[in-house]
Design a protein around this ligand. Structure first.
Ligand code: PGH
Ligand code: CA
Ligand code: ZN
Length: 307
């Protein structure tokens, strides 16, 4: 099957109240792990590539590889540009066969975010490519923000409604209290569900949760056993994620969980056998471990058997 428009996948999730996993890739093994995991659970899936991953792999490699991987399979797979900030990259992604792009101008003032986003929507829609945009901000894991400061980053539901009407985007990422990386929360992992429900009511389009990795204790413990330092790591727990899906989230972005799984598996092999130097003996187990993480996520999101 060829790649599927991301909008098609997400409109079904929006209508049926479940979420689809959007997993970041950085090489062949991550892409294979995601696709194989989704096939095993008969689930639609979104492969996302960030600007920095495109820089690492090359646009043609990223697109060519994902297209080759989906050629003979029957589940719907979409290819999405994650956190596009640079017009050149966004434009090339659209021309190269991505089925959706994110324009992330959420650090700009509202009016500027609208203008930049509109320009992307115009080009993307001409090519049948759908568009995600962000409003509100996710503090980086390095930003030490307190509760009141955090509040200032969150989406304003009225702005969200205006933003969707003015730009014509297909799905929206509202900031509701998550952050990227392995160190998301100092205390409780509470999200602003009231705000989320209001955004859903006012926009009535598929919504996206960034910074959604679970950073599970069991994974951290194993990673630390093999020497990875993750002191203070904390992710989004399953119940919070499920609540966010009930309240309107339809696309759940996961990068950190896959990175930790990859690194843990490689460290485990190196720790257990000091004679290994075949890359496949490192990356094969990493691929298997990442696939398990992908399947665990799909089961939580409710997209199993929705292919
Ligand atoms: C994400 C991934 N990518 O766009 O939002 O977030 O760091 O929680 O995996 P995590
Ligand atoms: Ca942003
Ligand atoms: Zn993100």
């Amino acid at each position: 099957m060829s790649l599927v428009n991301t909008k098609e996948i997400l409109l079904d999730a929006h209508a049926e109240c479940y979420a689809v996993g959007a997993f970041n890739i950085s090489n062949m093994e991550t892409a294979q792990a995601i696709i194989e995991g989704a096939i095993e659970l008969n689930s639609p899936v979104i492969i996302e590539v960030s600007e920095s991953a495109i820089k690492y792999m090359g646009m043609n490699v990223a697109c060519g590889m994902v297209r080759a991987l989906v050629k003979d399979i029957s589940i719907p797979v979409a290819l999405h540009l994650d956190h596009g900030r640079n017009w050149e990259v966004i434009s090339r992604a659209i021309d190269s066969g991505f089925t959706s792009v994110m324009i992330d101008a959420s650090d700009k003032p509202f009016a500027e975010n609208v203008e930049i986003t509109k320009k992307v929507v115009e080009k993307a829609h001409q090519m049948g490519v759908s568009v995600e945009a962000e409003i509100g901000r996710l503090p980086g894991s390095e930003d030490d923000v307190n509760v009141e400061e955090r509040e200032a980053f969150l989406v304003n539901p009225n702005d969200a409604q205006k933003f969707v009407e003015m730009t014509g985007i297909d799905f929206l990422a509202p900031a509701i209290g998550t952050s990227h990386g392995a160190f998301k929360f100092k205390g409780d992992s509470t999200l602003d569900y009231d705000r989320l429900r209001e955004v859903k009511e006012k926009t009535d389009i598929p919504l996206v949760l960034h910074g959604a990795s679970s950073v599970r204790d069991t994974l951290i413990e194993e990673a630390e056993r093999y020497g990875l330092q993750l002191k203070g790591a904390k992710g989004l727990d399953d119940n919070s994620l499920k609540q966010a899906i009930r309240d309107g989230i339809n696309k759940v972005n996961t990068d950190t969980d896959i990175r930790i799984a990859f690194t843990t598996a490689v460290r485990r092999v190196l720790h257990n056998d000091s004679t290994v130097f075949d890359p496949r003996k490192l990356l094969g187990p990493a691929r298997e471990y990442m696939k398990n993480v992908v399947k665990e996520r799909i089961e939580i999101l409710g997209s199993e058997n929705r292919a």
